[in-house]
Design a protein around this ligand. Structure first.
Ligand code: DGL
Length: 279
């Protein structure tokens, strides 16, 4: 008998539309799964708010997430994962997976980790940085790791504007990388939903600043790999043999919605239905 649970969707939660980078990575790895995406677009950005406000926002979103009856909740947002993962897990009746740990595992795996422990740089939102969640996650896996987290707040609005090329994003990236470039890094983790879209510029600037090739890991791909691992180990994969459906729920649908969603998803929305809810 097919378990009902196997045919339930995977829910993906984010502060806005940036988490569609995770949906894009996920649908490549698990194309047959249904995905319901919930973005709190009325309140984005979370990354510049206080810890208490992020907790309050996540709590407000929990009711919508609970209604989805998903088999797994993926918190694509690094800021929510850093500050409210446990709180969300307590409010839901299905398993919850965050972005921090998969990113840490992937960054450690990519680093050569020379003598004296791996040296890992992380770019993240200010709220994620202040939470201390990344150093904690890295040190839990490798107590000898050296972790340097640097905030890059301007990259979120740049990506939302679609300003992905040219001098403006390049200069912002360079300034944010300067303090990290001095740390003799073994790997750099992009610890935010939005940063993968600037991955090429980050790679070029980091190479220019250090003269070295340093592996760059993005947490969107790391989390998608972890979703697949959990679906397999829990044996909750769908048994359908056709392409899964994506649905999007947002708290605000602005005029920019289509172009922004297209950018994060990497392809036009096409048939994907979009619903707006009030919280
Ligand atoms: N989704 C957030 C994150 O990954 C970035 C956008 C925001 O600040 O809300 O941290």
């Amino acid at each position: 008998v097919t378990h009902l649970r196997n045919e339930a969707p995977i829910a993906v939660f984010d502060s806005g539309l940036g988490g569609l980078t995770v949906v894009s990575a996920l649908t490549e790895l698990l194309p047959r799964e249904d995905v319901v995406y919930f973005g709190d677009t009325a309140r984005v950005p979370y990354g510049t708010r206080s810890a208490q406000t992020v907790l309050n926002y996540a709590h407000a979103c929990a009711s919508v997430l609970r209604e989805q009856r998903a088999k797994l909740l993926v918190v694509a947002c690094n800021t929510v994962s850093a500050l409210a993962l446990d709180a969300l897990a307590r409010e839901l009746l299905y398993p919850v997976l965050g972005a921090i740990e998969p990113g840490a595992v992937a960054a450690l795996a990519a680093s050569e980790g020379g003598q004296g422990g791996a040296r890992i740089g992380v770019l993240a939102t200010p709220a994620t940085m202040r939470s201390g969640a990344y150093p904690k996650a890295f040190l839990a896996i490798d107590p000898h790791a050296h972790v340097f987290v640097h905030p890059a707040p301007l990259l979120v609005p740049l990506v939302e504007e679609g300003w992905l090329q040219g001098d403006v994003p390049r200069l912002a990236v360079r300034e944010y990388l300067k303090p990290l470039a001095e740390k003799n890094l073994d790997a750099l983790l992009l610890g935010c939903t939005h940063y993968p879209l600037l991955g090429a510029i980050v790679a070029e600037e980091l190479a220019a600043l250090t003269g070295k090739h340093i592996p760059i890991i993005d947490s969107a791909h790391a989390i998608a790999n972890e979703i697949r691992a959990q679906i397999e180990s829990k044996a909750i994969g769908t048994e359908r043999d056709y392409t899964g459906k994506i649905r999007i729920i947002v708290t605000d649908k602005s005029d920019e919605f289509d172009s922004m969603a297209t950018r994060f998803l990497g392809h036009p929305l096409g048939e994907i239905p979009v619903t707006a809810v009030d919280l």
